[in-house]
Ligand binder design. Structure first.
Ligand code: FNR
Length: 385
């Protein structure tokens, strides 16, 4: 369908299907600071590069004549059926990419039935993002504040707004050394971007003691003060477990033992992720971390779903992660590049292209169901026949 529409249309689609061209078009559409913020990563950006190149360690071994006429990408997580094993990763401050920010992304995701993970650092308050998504699935990503009441307030608000799950990001107690941003002296939060959930929060407003609209500088300083809590330990997760019935998904795991600790502390799932290489430079590529995490959990007797992001660009990347044992993958930079180029429609196009590529790659590999994907389809590059 994507092919035929592309061929029959009078105009070329506004969003290039090829990732490299997509990134270049987003660069054109954005000012230099915003582009650098999104494209950039921690330190020398080695992990970010290796998140991509590590995929070529894995090669697919397609199988033929397996009746792939009827393909179904649907998958079930936490008792909910999703049309595909694909979600939109939490990405903050989307207002620097497009006026409608997260609202546009949430609408596009909802349109396709894909879970939209709304960031604590979103430009728009979580209630407005949930409204924009309507009946579409939404998960709330929690940045655990140094102020416990504020953390609790975010959780309560997410429940009240109808979010289906909490994604607790554990790899960002502080923001890392990002050279592109340091070079430009740019951090969107310091310009008052990405604080929508904070300035709309009653606990935050109490702490601030004045109307954030009247003193933006003070609100930003307050945000910086309460944003993260570097003193957290696994025991704190138990506090959250007691507080909410929503599924808890711990995001930012690369060590197998941390995966086990997360589940032991009450999480329902983890996301193997290195934040797109944006936190610890020289950290191992996420796709390298994935099989060891899955094997360790298996051996320890856990069967909770393992989710994945960091470096997913094409259908074949998703097939690799799913075949290694992930149950859902998340798109990060690709969808926000679509947002930068063409708002809601741009996000929709990126996601539709990705789903089409995934569907075709699965079918051509001999798989008609997500459950058909397993490690027997993969060989290591150095072991290729
Ligand atoms: C992120 N990511 C992120 N993660 C999170 O838990 N909360 C957040 O607010 C953000 N914000 C954010 C902003 C930007 C500009 C980027 C690029 C990323 C990380 C995100 O959820 C995901 O882990 C990475 O984007 C995955 O890497 P790739 O595939 O985008 O390279």
């Amino acid at each position: 369908e994507v092919y035929t529409q592309g061929m029959l249309a009078d105009e070329r689609p506004s969003v290039p299907p090829r990732f490299e061209a997509l990134e270049a078009a987003a660069r054109e559409a954005l000012d230099a600071e915003a582009y650098a913020y999104v494209a950039g990563s921690a330190g020398g950006e080695r992990t970010a590069a290796e998140n991509r190149s590590a995929f070529s360690q894995w090669r697919l071994v397609p199988r033929m004549l397996r009746d792939v006429a009827d393909r179904d990408l649907s998958t079930t997580l936490f008792g909910t059926e999703y049309p595909a094993p694909v979600g939109l990763a939490p990405i903050g401050v989307q207002s620097i990419l497009h006026d409608e920010g997260e609202l546009a992304s949430a609408r596009a995701a909802a349109d396709l039935g894909l879970p939209f993970v709304s960031s604590s650092a979103a430009s728009e308050p979580m209630e407005d993002v949930a409204d924009a998504a309507g009946d579409g699935p939404t998960w709330f990503q929690l940045y655990w504040s140094s102020n416990r009441e504020l953390t609790a307030s975010f959780v309560d608000r997410a429940e009240a707004a109808g979010y289906d799950a909490l994604v607790v990001t554990v790899d960002t107690p502080v923001i890392s050394w990002r050279e592109r941003d340091v070079e430009r002296g740019y951090l969107p939060f310091l310009d008052g971007e990405g604080v929508g959930n904070y300035v709309s929060d009653p606990v935050f407003r109490d702490l601030l003691g004045q109307d954030p609209a009247e003193n933006e500088g003070a609100a930003v300083m307050q945000f910086v003060d309460v944003f993260g809590d570097a003193s957290l330990t696994w025991t704190d997760l138990e506090w959250l477990r007691d507080r909410t019935e929503l599924p808890i998904i711990v995001k930012g795991i690369v060590h197998p033992e941390d995966a086990e600790l997360a589940l032991e502390s009450g999480a329902d799932s983890i996301v193997v992720s290195n934040h797109g290489g944006r936190q610890v430079d020289t950290a191992l590529p996420a796709i390298e971390a994935l099989p060891a995490v899955i094997d360790h959990l298996d051996e320890a007797g856990y069967d909770e779903p393992v989710l994945f992001d960091s470096g997913i660009r094409r259908g074949a990347d998703a097939v690799t992660a799913l075949a290694l044992g992930a149950e859902m993958v998340f798109l990060g930079r690709p969808y926000v590049y679509g947002l930068a180029i063409d708002g809601e429609d741009g996000v929709r196009q990126v996601c539709r292209n990705f789903l089409a590529d995934l569907d075709l790659t699965m079918g051509l590999s001999g798989c008609s169901r997500v459950s058909d994907l397993d490690r027997s389809m993969l060989v290591r590059a150095h072991e290729s026949p």
